[in-house]
Design a protein around this ligand. Sequence first.
Ligand code: T3D
Length: 259
Amino acid sequence: NEAVLTVTDHGGWTELTLNRPDRLNSFNEEMHGALAAALDDAADESCRAVLLTGAGRGFCAGQDLSARANAEGPLDLGSTIEAFYNPLIRRIRGLNKPVICAVNGVAAGAGANIALACDIVLAARSAKFIQAFSKIGLVPDSGGTYFLPRLIGDARARALMLLAEPLAAETAAEWGLIWKVIDDAALMDEARALTARLATQPTQGLALTKAALNASGGNSLNDQLDLERDLQREAGRTPDYREGVKAFMEKRTPNFTGR
Ligand code: T3D
């Protein structure tokens, strides 16, 4: 019985691979549980960056619908959102280090929005993003209605969500939905190199930057300026900030410890 999530410790950073390839890595409760536990483990300071990807030809097709199809009587999907998807998005956004997503193939439903919750999204040239929810009568979840209009504007977000048409990776990058498109064969090498590089950076400063950006969506400029002040105060107290300035003055590469 193969693990539904593969966790690889690369020494300083962790690679998490959704591993239900014959179901396009769609989520069942077991995979939710494994991913939640792995993200909680990744909060440890020994891990300084996380890479999330999928096994096989897809990234993630959202909720595994086979369990839903056999259900008798009305389902309370609100309770599964509350129990699984919302905590997952909060874990990714709240993790105190960068989360990189390598979208290796189709990302549909919650799978698309889980990718968008990550800090830096790379996608294979062949990948597609599908807000599949409307096709089965559901509402986009996992933060999609928050992230999508902010990333690409309301007009594009609305059409994607109402039509459920696939968005090609290249268009996604042109529109600012994701960071970069990479040739399929090079995706994982590039994603790993990027994650490994981030794991050598001033982790606390990156975590505080992430906190500032997370808050930006709902803050006024005044509130955001106050927050930047508070976070900068914290960043200024870190050993990595000291090291960064010292290395700059000494014209050498800084040796950050993540503290
Ligand atoms: O229920 C709740 O808790 C509420 C939460 C909701 C969150 C959600 O994510 S709702 C949205 C759920 N996801 C979808 O609606 C997407 C369903 N999948 C697709 O539309 C297509 O599979 C794709 C467009 C993603 C890919 O199409 P294609 O043609 O490349 O592959 P395929 O042939 O459709 O899929 C390959 C296999 O994976 C296939 O199984 P088979 O025929 O080989 O035995 C297919 O049934 C299976 N699969 C794909 N997605 C799912 C799935 N099985 C279960 N659940 C899936 N979501």
